[in-house]
Design a protein around this ligand. Structure first.
Ligand code: PAF
Length: 282
């Protein structure tokens, strides 16, 4: 096992990337908030398919959390993250402190339209995507990476970041990767560790309900009724449902039948104190 460079400043990050670019090597950035799991390692591997060098940022970004959300208790597991990234053969970790990303006097945010205002996550977390887009915009320009790898697990985030990178000519190609799941179908997430044993046993119902719903839609069952019944199934399994919706896979606009597709099913549901999100293609 070799070691991995840990850089904490924008200057050191830029110097590392500039060195690789000077050697003709492309760079993939994998933005994370740490608490890494196999889903993140799959993003690193995808980055390695596209670029010779991979940089993983680990930064629990305060601007994407509302005051009542889990910023303070968000899991911070740097030593374990670092060991996993060494094992994966990643080249560097960008591990900035909050002051490096948002120094005193910092006063700029990215203003988003389009997929960020689709009425899904943004309905429940109104300031979330502004914070995500701002930090991603900074990470892209700080790193000057050639590729940015994002999981489909956060589907609306993927669409927001892809749109922003294109609209602002950020010079980075956003690479999506399919959601990595546990054997029972639960989407891997750093927040799964909040689940009690009892909640963990119920959690796969989300994926099962979406799969059953996707099959009904493909069979041309009336879409509104199929979605309403799937919503009821999730609630009767013990979840508080924020949303389960069928949307156009690219624009995230509402759809009313299979003919309006390609369709993506997206949901967010709370199990006890833990909020889970997931999505699948129809
Ligand atoms: O998906 C995440 O972990 C975060 O939203 C991201 C993209 C690292 C930005 O903080």
């Amino acid at each position: 096992m070799t070691d991995i460079a840990v850089v904490e400043t924008v200057g050191a990050l830029r110097a590392a990337v500039a060195g690789w670019h000077a050697a003709g090597e492309q760079v993939a950035l994998i933005p994370t908030m740490g608490a890494l799991h196999e889903g993140h390692i799959a993003l690193v591997k995808e980055g390695q398919r596209h670029a010779r060098r991979t940089v993983i940022s680990i930064f629990v970004n305060p601007t994407q959390f509302a005051p009542h959300e889990d910023f303070k208790k968000y899991p911070r597991t740097f030593d374990n993250d670092r060991a996993m990234l060494v094992e994966a053969g990643a080249d560097a970790i960008f591990f900035p402190q909050v002051e490096e990303m948002y120094p005193p006097g910092y006063a700029t945010r990215v203003l988003l339209l389009g997929p960020a205002a689709a009425g899904l996550e943004d309905r429940f977390r109104p300031t979330h995507f502004e914070g995500v887009a701002t930090v991603c915009c900074k990470l892209f320009t700080q790193s000057r990476a050639d590729f940015g790898v994002f999981g489909e697990k956060d589907y609306q985030q993927l669409k927001v970041v892809t749109r922003m990178a294109a609209d602002l000519d950020l010079g980075i190609r956003i690479v999506p990767l399919a959601t990595i799941r546990e054997a029972d179908g639960l989407a891997m997430s750093s927040r799964n560790r909040y689940l009690s044993a009892e909640e963990r046993a119920i959690a796969p119902v989300l994926h099962q309900a979406m799969q059953a719903l996707a099959a009904r839609i493909r069979n041309e069952d009336p879409l509104f009724r199929a979605v309403t019944e799937a919503q009821a199934d999730i609630v009767s399994a013990g979840f508080e449902l924020d949303y389960l919706e069928a949307r156009h896979a690219e624009t995230l606009a509402p759809v009313t039948s299979l003919a309006d597709g390609p369709i993506r099913l997206l949901l967010a549901a709370r199990l006890g104190a833990t909020r889970l999100i997931d999505n699948i293609a129809v």
